[in-house]
Design a protein around this ligand. Structure first.
Ligand code: AP5
Ligand code: MG
Ligand code: ZN
Length: 216
């Protein structure tokens, strides 16, 4: 099972990915989380990515594709995976498609979490994330059980640097220009599925399970 999650920043990709990964027993691979881990670890890749991420810009395709190819070749990806935040450009999608085709494989489902823009600012500015395991929370819609503390690993949650209002607006703009065309791209391939992401978190998850379940 190879799944791609599509949707604007703040759609709930990371939130749903945590549950999908558990339910379907496939690794959750978030390029944003991998970049953030590299930034926290002070790696060369992290330093490079930070320059783009803090401005809400995309990290260059070649760097991102190389990183993803490395990750997908790890043993836990053998039975499938859930990609969150990749591909994000048509070029990345083509490269992923070529890589899989070389092994006689393909993406099974591109799942779009559809959320109109007026929901997004509120979601992103209220978001808190765990710097250690990447879990995502919201001050109002999905607070941690213990204030400011990650439910999964106990680390103190923080606000992402790129969740400031100005950067959010830039990220939405980049999404419209560079990533939204992927909706048409996967529609044309006949593998696009759409869920309404404006519902409560568990309701969105149930819709996803129904959709993915009915594909098997
Ligand atoms: P990335 O980390 O992927 O950020 P993003 O795509 O902008 O998406 P977000 O993580 O902001 O949103 P999400 O959909 O995961 O929402 P979440 O579940 O947290 O990328 C960051 C940066 O890395 C990029 O800008 C770029 O620079 C770089 N990058 C990453 N991948 C790249 C690539 N492939 N190529 C080049 N550069 C790349 O939810 C948001 C909030 O809403 C949370 O607070 C959550 O609790 C709440 N929420 C979620 N669902 C609901 C709901 N149903 N109801 C109410 N609240 C909800
Ligand atoms: Mg995310
Ligand atoms: Zn955590």
């Amino acid at each position: 099972m190879k799944i791609i999650l599509l949707g604007p920043p703040g759609a709930g990709k990371g939130t749903q990915a945590q549950s999908i990964s558990k339910r379907f027993q496939i690794p959750h691979i978030s390029t944003g989380d991998i970049f953030r881990k590299n930034i926290a670890d002070g790696t060369e890749l992290g330093t490079l990515a930070k320059g783009y991420m803090d401005k809400g810009l995309l990290v260059p395709d070649e760097v991102t594709i190389r990183m993803v190819k490395g990750r997908l070749s790890e043993p836990d990806c053998e039975n499938g995976y859930l990609l969150d935040g990749f591909p994000r450009t048509v070029y990345q999608a083509d490269e992923l498609g070529k890589m899989l085709a070389a092994e006689g494989e393909a993406v099974d489902t591109a799942l779009l979490i559809q959320v109109p823009r007026d929901f997004i600012i509120d979601r992103m500015t209220g978001r808190r994330v765990c710097p250690s395991c990447g879990a995502s929370y919201h001050l109002v819609y999905n607070p941690p059980m213990v204030k400011d503390t990650c439910d999964v690993c106990g680390t103190k949650v923080i606000q992402r640097k790129d969740d400031s209002i100005d950067t959010v607006v830039d990220r939405l703009d980049i999404y419209d220009r560079q990533t939204e065309p992927l909706i048409e791209y996967y529609l044309a391939k006949g593998i696009l599925r759409v869920v309404d992401g404006t519902q409560a978190i568990p309701v969105v998850f149930e819709s996803i399970v129904k959709l993915l379940g009915s594909k098997e």
